[in-house]
Design a protein around this ligand. Structure first.
Ligand SMILES: C[S@@+](CC[C@H](N)C(=O)[O-])C[C@H]1O[C@@H](n2cnc3c(N)ncnc32)[C@H](O)[C@@H]1O
Length: 316
């Protein structure tokens, strides 16, 4: 399973909501709200909206909050789906929601056409921008508008992702897996949880796990510690709650733990790779103008002292 499908399967509603005090209801929504007058909300028509690289429908809550009829299609290359909480809110709104999982935005289906509003939050830059933006323009309605927020090299998200990449400790992740596998093997041998203490290898592995907890969790602060490894070790310690379960449950846990660490690393690496600086954004606006987009504008979006990203707006 790819790194993003793994993430969305866990039921997240947004990718970076946790990085901001109020999730996407904070500065991201404030920015979208500020565009309200340009969103194209016509009195008795519904807004045809497409969200590119939508994750689990990250902008559906915002659309619901507009209290205006909308027809939404979310497109993402990963195996995304609408979390039940968001689905319930959408059901009670004036909107209809369609999700297109496993669909790269470079290959939009024919059904996507006459789009009034194309949205993307930390999304399009993960795709082949040239292809995505030129094809999307052909699917817009005459006055259709694009509103996107892209990763900024100096944003809080980019800083946290760079830090996570540097915190990934492959050797310790491997040793944690070995320790859990040792305990797993010992449990099979001795036959009961109470007899585990008599197994020297298992005891050594348990002590190793205590050492990992001391190294990464004890006394760690968000500023000083290794947040990536603290999360990993915390997750690994849940293994001890599974000692009474069937062996295959623990085996699955051990392999999931490793895969999740690798997938998280990959997501952070992708984020760091797609973040843009001012000259990237300048080039992008020039390229978009050449494609036929008009009123192409980009700006730094900030909140207090933090950079949130680059806004990119354009008219078809
Ligand atoms: C950082 S996440 C953002 C998701 C969502 N907009 C949010 O803010 O929560 C980036 C998303 O882009 C998707 N993605 C990457 N490349 C893509 C492509 N070529 N076509 C469609 N989706 C893509 C990934 O699957 C992932 O869900």
């Amino acid at each position: 399973m790819d790194a993003w499908s793994r993430f969305w399967r866990q039921g997240h509603t947004t990718t970076f909501g946790d990085y901001f005090e109020e999730g996407y209801a904070g500065p991201v929504k404030d920015w979208l709200e500020s565009l309200r007058s340009t969103l194209g909300l016509v009195e008795d028509g519904s807004l045809r909206v497409v969200e590119l690289c939508c994750g689990n429908g990250s902008l559906v809550p915002f659309l619901v909050s507009l209290s205006h009829p909308f027809v939404y299609t979310g497109v993402d290359a990963a195996n995304v789906s609408l979390p039940s909480m968001v689905r319930d809110a959408a059901t009670h709104s004036q909107g209809s929601v369609e999700m297109l999982p496993n669909t790269p935005v470079e290959q939009l289906p024919e059904s996507i056409t006459g789009v009034d509003c194309c949205l993307s939050i930390y999304g399009i830059e993960y795709s082949e921008l040239q292809i995505t933006l030129s094809r999307m323009r052909e699917r817009m309605s005459a006055d259709g508008r694009l509103f996107a927020l892209l990763h900024h090299q100096d944003s809080i998200v980019a800083r946290m992702s760079r830090r996570a990449v540097s915190e990934f400790h492959a050797r310790d992740i491997g040793l944690v897996e070995d320790a859990l596998s040792t305990i797993q093997g010992a449990l099979q041998r001795v036959g009961s949880v109470s007899a585990l203490k008599t197994d020297p290898q298992s005891e050594q592995a348990r002590k190793f796990m205590n050492g990992m907890a001391n190294k990464y969790i004890k006394g760690a602060t968000l500023k000083a510690g290794n947040a990536f490894m603290a999360d990993h070790v915390l997750a690994a310690l849940r293994f001890f709650k599974l000692l009474g379960e069937k062996p295959r449950v623990r085996e699955q846990f051990i392999s999931d733990l490793r895969e999740e660490a690798n997938a998280a690393l990959e997501r952070h690496q992708q984020m760091v790779a797609v973040a843009k600086d001012a000259s990237d954004m300048q080039n992008l606006t020039t390229t978009m103008a050449a494609m036929g987009w008009s009123e192409v504008e980009t700006q730094e979006l900030t909140d207090k002292d933090d950079i949130i990203g680059w806004t990119l707006t354009a008219k078809a």
